[in-house]
Design a binder for this molecule. Sequence first.
Ligand code: ADP
Ligand code: NI
Length: 218
Amino acid sequence: MNDLKEVVAKVEEEVKKRFDGEGTGHDWWHIDRVRRLSVNIAKEEGADLFVVELAALLHDVTDHKLFQGTPEEGRGLLLQIMAEAGCDDLVAEPVLGIVDGVSYKGAGVEDIPLPIEGQVVRDADRLDAMGAIGIARAFAFGGSRHRLLYDPTHPPVFHSSFAHYRQSQAPTINHFYEKLLLLKDRLQTPTAQKMALHRHQFMEQFLNEFYAEWEGER
Ligand code: ADP
Ligand code: NI
């Protein structure tokens, strides 16, 4: 295998190209934040830093919202990006397994078990959906789908299948109850669990403020 730094730099360049101009909260800077969070968490948890960094860089390349091909085509694309960067199969295989298991698929849909490297990247991706950045991303995503900010007559839903979760047209505030406020209890690494506390509190504070303003109380 080529020099590890060089492999990472090549994968980074390819991913950057693919995310150029994405405007729904899945832009390059999301990937970059998840990479930084992942590497920081991995150091605390003793996970393999190289596998973690590559999986973080690649985790959204074949996301269903961005990639139109089949799951097999998705795996093929990831293998191709890694091979072209000079990565051998010993690393490419675990990275594929992680990318498959990262995504949140609904409140009632269980996460698949992942090795520590995968737990780290999944936790980092979830942290980036929480806190101030998570709030900003949720409304950016909602706006891109022409969703209302809030509709008091439209209650949140507990999605027990991915298909159902994916089809939701609900206002963005509902997403807090369908995903964002549930995330702190769906993190696996103690390091991310600790980081999540402040982000979680901040979202609760935001919602209290939002409802008070909605009622004209502040
Ligand atoms: P991830 O990359 O963490 O798996 P998703 O692909 O589900 O996250 O979503 C990307 C971003 O868009 C996240 O910040 C997420 O919370 C937000 N998002 C996803 N679905 C919705 C929705 N229905 N309403 C508002 N925001 C959403
Ligand atoms: Ni992501």
